[in-house]
Ligand binder design. Structure first.
Ligand code: SF4
Length: 604
């Protein structure tokens, strides 16, 4: 690694107009140049951007993909998700460790390769997968893992690891990824062919209020999972004071098991950008941000190209369609933080700060990005907006159910024969879904990702829609060979890793939940543990500050409700009057050491 050069740091800051709200981009650029962000670089950035050193350090330390310490020239980040584990990622990790001669978290002595684990990277349909710098490698085997290490030792160039390209735009010259789209069912809304200017032209021929009314009449609800009415959110933002408003597209799909936004951005980016532009017109904004998760950095150049083409074609920029409307979009790349999927955390991240969620109210529609009214919409929601303008609200409402109009993209993974992306009308039952994907053996389905619900066969007649089983799109299928308690424990691992740590119920509560689940898995569980889990999970849900903590106990609560016999079979009353979880010998060990005497513990 070369020494930090003040002139280079200044040049990087100049590229971002010395704008401290672009600190996340600046830190990424410094890391790309030097491999990490050193203490000296932090000092220089603080003085160049005229912000306290602690602010630079605070942002740097928040993101998993940024580092204040040197790492290898090549960083292998192996996905740590449950689905990857089911597909063999632990064996892949062992092969990598063996071939590299290091443990996870270490760097080879020559400084060439670091090995890390990372949360779900959005490739569950082609697991096990890893990010190698920004290059995605999928369908890993132990043999391939060993080959990768040998290849990297020869050329140290992750791009050369791509020996075959994926389908569709994954093979585009600006993408060149081995990622597969795995689109198994194309529906009439998202994946239908697009006439690039049609929806925008129709929108600009209407008044902003008419556009909002069209979205409201279509009863479009946010596809991120919460299902908030899209038109209402736009109305709030338009009604908020001030002359500057913002549109943010949330492309930070970090929910384990979700990968459909990746496919929309790969195959229908124009539909998303058109939706953002229409939203901008409707609320009176001239700037939009696509917040692209760091794991999808491989799509950035391609998406920049699509944006540039839209500018050239008069679909973006100044005086769009000659109607006096100005709107442009920039891409903000994330850096590995699930909590940034929460809209206030995402806004903080766009402002170049830690992705800490904020208290609400005020809501982003009143006071969001840079303190201005902001709407944050999901990729799929904005793609739906474009279709609504294309075909009209009434035609859109012909799909789905009364309370959930349109179609839904499902990201299907786990124990099924046809994982991938399916566009289906809302209202499909879980049984129908399992037949569609070849997952009829399922003993459990996780609907809505780690923060969603674990349901059993007794509930497979339920419908996938906002009024019954809501999901942002993640559907994980578990077959009879799976230990569901272990899966619950792994989901808790995920939340512990991703909690921002701000509030105690989330920071501590999830650790305590995992401890108790682990104890049960370990054969030391007692009947009282079930009421303990129930009460603690409800407390974490109730007392946590943001959506992460409020939903993190869901796997515990839903599995306790739907798989009670599994828990009761795993816990036992003590036969000798002592709590099975209490280890007397270990409890008195410290006292023995201090007093130098043996207690009676070993005779108990
Ligand atoms: Fe942070 Fe968790 Fe609290 Fe949200 S609930 S603010 S993620 S600690």
């Amino acid at each position: 690694m070369s020494e930090v050069a003040p002139a280079e740091i200044r040049e990087i800051c100049t590229n971002y107009h010395h704008d401290a709200t672009r600190l996340l981009d600046i830190l990424r650029a410094v890391q790309a140049r030097y491999g990490y962000v050193s203490s000296r670089a932090i000092d220089l950035l603080g003085s160049e951007l005229r912000i306290p050193r602690i602010e630079v350090h605070s942002t740097l330390s928040f993101y998993a993909f940024l580092s204040g310490k040197p790492s290898g020239r090549v960083v292998i980040r192996l996905c740590n998700g449950v689905i990857d584990e089911m597909a063999g990622s632990e064996n892949v990790a062992a092969a990598l460790c063996d071939e590299l001669g290091i443990q996870v978290g270490q760097t080879t002595p020559d400084g060439l390769i670091s090995l890390q684990r990372t949360s779900c990277i959005g490739m569950c349909d082609q697991a096990p997968a890893a990010l190698i710098n920004d290059v995605v490698v999928t369908e890993l085997t132990t043999d391939r893992a060993r080959e990768i290490v040998r290849e990297l030792r020869r050329h140290a160039d992750p791009k050369k690891l791509i020996h075959r390209l994926g389908d569709g735009n994954n093979a585009h010259q600006l993408v060149q990824a081995m990622v597969k789209n795995n689109i198994r069912r194309e529906g009439p809304i998202i994946f239908s062919p697009i006439n690039r200017g049609e929806a925008l032209s129709k929108a600009l021929a209407m008044t902003p209020a008419e556009v909002i009314r069209a979205v409201k009449t279509a009863r479009l609800r946010g596809r991120g999972g919460a299902g908030f009415p899209c038109g209402l959110k736009w109305e709030f933002a338009r009604a908020a004071g001030g002359d500057q408003r913002y549109v943010i597209c949330n492309a930070d799909e970090g929910e384990p098991g979700t990968f459909k936004d990746r496919v929309i951005l790969t195959e229908r980016p124009d539909r998303v950008f058109a939706g953002m532009t229409i939203a901008g017109y409707a609320i009176g904004a001239s700037d939009g941000i696509l917040y692209l998760r760091g794991e999808y950095a491989y799509l950035q150049r391609y998406l920049e190209h699509v944006l540039e083409k839209r500018r050239q074609d008069g679909l973006l920029g100044n005086n769009i369609f000659g109607r006096g409307f100005n709107f442009d979009i920039r891409i903000q790349l994330g850096a590995g933080a699930y909590v940034c999927g929460e809209e206030t955390g995402l806004i903080s991240s766009c402002e170049g700060r830690r992705g800490d969620p904020k208290n609400r109210p005020p809501f982003p529609a009143q006071k969001g990005y840079l303190g201005r009214p902001t709407i944050v919409n999901n990729v799929e929601t904005l793609a739906c907006v474009t279709k609504i303008l294309e075909i009209g609200s009434a035609a859109f409402c012909e799909y789905g159910t009364q309370g959930s109009t349109g179609t839904k993209l499902l990201s299907i993974s786990g124990d099924c024969t046809r994982p991938g992306v399916y566009e289906v009308p809302f209202g499909l039952t879980v049984t129908e879904m399992l037949e569609m994907v070849g997952g009829q053996d399922a003993i459990a389905v996780q609907v809505g990702g780690a923060s969603g619900q674990m349901i059993g066969p007794q509930e497979f007649n339920r419908k996938i829609c906002f009024d019954d089983l809501a999901t942002g799109g993640s559907i994980m299928i578990f077959g009879p060979q799976r230990n569901l308690l272990h899966i619950v424990e792994r989901f808790l691992d995920f939340f512990i890793e991703e909690s921002c740590g701000y509030c105690t119920p989330c920071r501590v509560g999830n650790v305590l939940l995992r401890e108790r689940i682990h104890r049960i898995l370990d054969g030391r569980g007692e009947p009282e543990d079930l009421s303990y889990l129930q009460e603690l999970a409800e407390t974490v849900k109730l007392a946590s500050r943001c959506g992460l903590g409020q939903t993190s106990p869901n796997p515990v609560l839903s599995s306790l409700k739907n798989f009670r016999p599994m828990y009761t079979a795993a816990v036992k009353e003590s036969s000798n009057g002592l709590r099975r979880s209490f280890n007397l010998a270990s409890a008195v060990r410290l006292a023995e050491t201090i007093t130098g005497r043996k207690s009676t513990a070993e005779h108990v």
